[in-house]
Design a protein around this ligand. Structure first.
Ligand SMILES: C[S@@+](CC[C@H](N)C(=O)[O-])C[C@H]1O[C@@H](n2cnc3c(N)ncnc32)[C@H](O)[C@@H]1O
Length: 248
């Protein structure tokens, strides 16, 4: 079983200082929602975020307002054969130390705006759907606590400033251990906090350039599948079924 954590992901509600900004008000009116219930998104709120950055350059906005990164990663990994086999657990940890727990059987909206709508609902209600068996649940939780509770046998973080390794070699370490946890940054710029890197047993860089996080996530899952020979196992099952289903 592989646990994949999108660490320090750029997901949060619009902060109070931006609630009155025209870019936020306009979107809130369009959507018929209170400004503070919207998810911060640089593609809509760029001018407001730039204004806050200029007012106070110490405000770290470079890691904020990119929920699209989690969207792309989740589509890649939740649709994977590994997840379909029940061998993948996926969590989204955010820069505000919240953790979104995801039922592996969820079918996420394929449309980005609908995904953001789902996040807004999640932040409002705490779970979606509400009730005993939510598909998404959000809680306050640090990354350290999440990794501890996952009882990780090995924690591997992927970062451009890690030790250079091929993805195949990094993943063969994972398949050799019972409960590996992988950390992939759910942000576009900057690096992991020290509190994140100190959790990791290994930090690997898998290319000479920064790649999109969803490319790294998809490759981790695929190499892990290959390491456990999952593609062949699944084809054998399918071939068997096809053979058995042939009319006699
Ligand atoms: C767009 S990158 C953030 C770039 C950041 N400068 C960094 O150091 O990783 C988002 C995430 O993708 C993964 N990533 C991107 N390029 C990578 C690479 N060459 N090696 C390992 N991980 C990478 C990392 O997990 C990273 O946190």
């Amino acid at each position: 079983m592989l646990t994949l954590v999108l660490a320090e992901s750029s997901i949060e509600r619009v902060p109070k200082q931006l609630a009155e900004h025209p870019s936020v008000i306009a979107q809130a009116q369009r959507r018929g929602k209170p400004p503070g219930s919207l998810i911060l998104d640089r593609s809509y709120h760029h001018s407001g975020m730039r204004m806050l950055e200029r007012q106070d350059p110490s405000q770290a906005f470079e890691k904020r307002g990119r929920p699209d990164i989690a969207f792309h990663i989740l589509l890649q990994v939740l649709g994977s054969p590994l997840n379909r086999e029940g061998l993948l657990r996926t969590y989204v940890h955010t820069t505000e130390d919240k953790v979104i727990e995801i039922d592996p059987q969820i079918r996420l909206p394929r449309n980005y705006d609908r995904f953001v709508g789902l996040l807004e609902q999640l932040y409002e209600q705490g779970s979606v759907p509400t009730g005993e068996h939510p598909l998404l649940r959000i809680q306050d939780c640090t990354l350290t606590r999440l990794v501890d509770e996952s009882r990780a046998s090995m924690t591997i973080a992927f970062s451009t400033v890690g030790e250079s390794t091929t993805m195949k070699d990094a993943c063969s370490l994972m398949t050799g251990t019972s409960a590996p946890v992988v950390l992939i940054g759910g942000f576009a710029h900057s690096h992991f906090e020290q509190s994140t890197t100190k959790i990791a047993d290994h930090i690997f860089s898998v290319d000479k350039e920064p790649l999109d996080a969803w490319i790294v996530a998809a490759r981790v899952v695929y190499e892990y599948e290959c390491g456990m020979k999952l593609p062949k196992k699944r084809l054998r099952v399918t071939e068997g079924r096809a053979f058995n289903n042939r009319p006699s």
